[in-house]
Ligand binder design. Structure first.
Ligand code: ADP
Length: 448
């Protein structure tokens, strides 16, 4: 096992990793920009190294500074958290070239899943159900027109290099296809330097269901059920829950086994998430994230496992501490993402926290790097904390969420907390009956 690991991230996820390391008796090194000198992850780690100015490109994404921080402190492995360098295959290669360990999958798997066409082809060959669409890239509009007629409308044009909802265009009818095709290509070229696109049937009212998998890197893998992340705004998740209110134990076992078998066959190492759209009882693969997800705590709550601990174990060459037979979900968990944003525009709201009080009690978890007097810098993601509740069933989890939200105080800045107070009163959230479009429609009617 490692003696010391470096956490190449900031905010709540850096704390999450430092906590796991401490429980395992492993030393932790925080890295930070000059804007984060007073941040909680710096205070909580055993050691810290300043790696550059505020801009992420010069600090949290700065390969040489991070590698030198390992060399200076003697850290043997790097945990990337999520975002920043977590899905950067080139960084993984450089880490390995310096005889350090990347706590995550191999560069090869990050590369395959980072290209959507290759990811889809790979998953299809491994028996994972995919959205019907073009086989591979579509080189020109004439081909798009021919394939469009075969697939049927509505359809979406998607960039193979796409991410964060960019390079994706809807064509409701054949008349809209040329414009969608050309715009998606131009957007993808500008954003990712790669204009290859493909076509996919558009699903009208799906849910977003994702399966948590874990590979031991030696041909073994397990699944930890699904999360429902259908409450989204601009393709960004807002609230996540597990188990999915629409998924039966039989469906869970079936899709979970398919996903675990797929990642086992490629020799995948560590945590991964296979994302699906789910409609009329069918799963359709959209992408795989080769990292820890923001919403991993809901899975930890119902399965009673520490996913970061397992990531560290697998990276150190140790076996997983559980088998599939050990894993069965218990109760229901819900997470809400607390962002420093002003409603109804959701514009960033950085600034000083004048008062912070975290809720507590049975079944309540707060993952946050906030403290009284903390000044949230304007340079990074607006996520400032996650509130996770666990109950014996969904109604108990909802009641607990309502109670915990009532105790939570974040003063001095605007946050998305009022949104959750309002959402808990809606029939859709109370019954769990919502699709990926529901929140946007509700916001348009009630807030914006
Ligand atoms: P990105 O990597 O840019 O986030 P995804 O492929 O994960 O792109 O898709 C993001 C979101 O776009 C999905 O969560 C869903 O809301 C919507 N979406 C993607 N593919 C389809 C599809 N075939 N039909 C309907 N909606 C889709």
């Amino acid at each position: 096992m490692f003696n010391k690991i470096l956490v190449a991230n900031r905010g709540e996820i850096a704390l999450r990793v430092i906590r796991a390391a401490r429980e395992m008796g492993i030393g932790s090194v925080a890295v930070h920009s000059t804007a984060d000198a007073d941040a909680m992850h710096v205070r909580m780690a055993d050691e810290s190294v300043c790696i550059g100015p505020p801009s992420a490109a010069q600090s949290y994404l700065n390969f040489p500074a991070i590698i030198s921080a390992c060399e200076v402190t003697g850290a043997q492995a790097i945990h990337p958290g999520y975002g920043f360098l977590s899905e950067n295959a080139q960084f993984v290669q450089i880490v390995e070239d310096h005889e350090l360990t990347f706590i995550g999958p191999r560069a090869e798997h990050i590369r395959i899943m980072g290209d959507k066409i290759t990811a889809k082809e790979t998953m299809k060959a491994l028996g994972v159900p995919c959205v019907p669409g073009s086989e591979g890239g579509v080189p020109d509009f004439a081909t798009a027109k021919r394939l469009g007629a075969e697939i049927g409308f509505p359809l979406i044009v998607k960039a193979t290099a796409g991410g964060g909802g960019r390079g994706m265009k809807l064509a409701r009818t054949e008349a809209e296809l040329e414009r969608a095709f050309q715009t998606a290509r131009a957007e993808a070229k500008a954003a990712f330097g790669n204009d290859e696109v493909y076509l996919e049937k558009y699903l009208g009212a799906p849910r977003h269901i994702e399966v948590q998998v874990f590979g031991d890197g030696k041909g073994g893998a397990v699944h930890l059920g699904e999360r429902d992340c259908s409450l989204q705004r601009r393709h960004q998740k807002v609230l996540e829950e597990a188990p999915g209110p629409s998924i039966s134990p039989e469906q869970r076992a079936r899709i979970g086994a398919t996903c675990a078998e797929a990642v086992a066959r490629i020799g995948y190492a560590g945590a991964g998430t296979i994302e699906f759209l789910y409609e009329d009882g069918q799963f359709y693969f959209i992408e795989m994230n080769t990292r820890l997800q923001v919403e991993h705590p809901v899975t930890e709550a119902i399965y009673g496992v520490d996913l970061v601990r397992e990531q560290i174990r697998v990276a150190a060459g140790e076996p997983l501490s559980f088998t599939q037979a050990d894993l069965s979900p218990r109760g229901h968990a819900i997470e809400v993402r607390i962002n420093a944003e002003k409603l109804p525009s959701f514009s960033p709201s950085p600034g000083r926290i004048t008062q912070y009080h975290a809720p507590g009690g049975l079944g309540v978890r707060i993952d946050s790097a906030l403290y009284d007097g903390y000044r949230i810098p304007p340079y990074y993601d607006s996520l400032i904390g996650k509130l996770i509740v666990h109950g014996r069933d969904r109604p108990e989890a909802l009641a607990r969420l309502d109670r915990a939200l009532g105790e939570l105080i974040v003063d001095g800045i605007d946050t998305t907390l009022p949104l959750f107070h309002a959402l808990l009163k809606t029939d859709a959230v109370i019954t769990g009956d919502y699709t990926i479009h529901w929140l946007e429609e509700w916001l348009a009617r009630n807030l914006e």
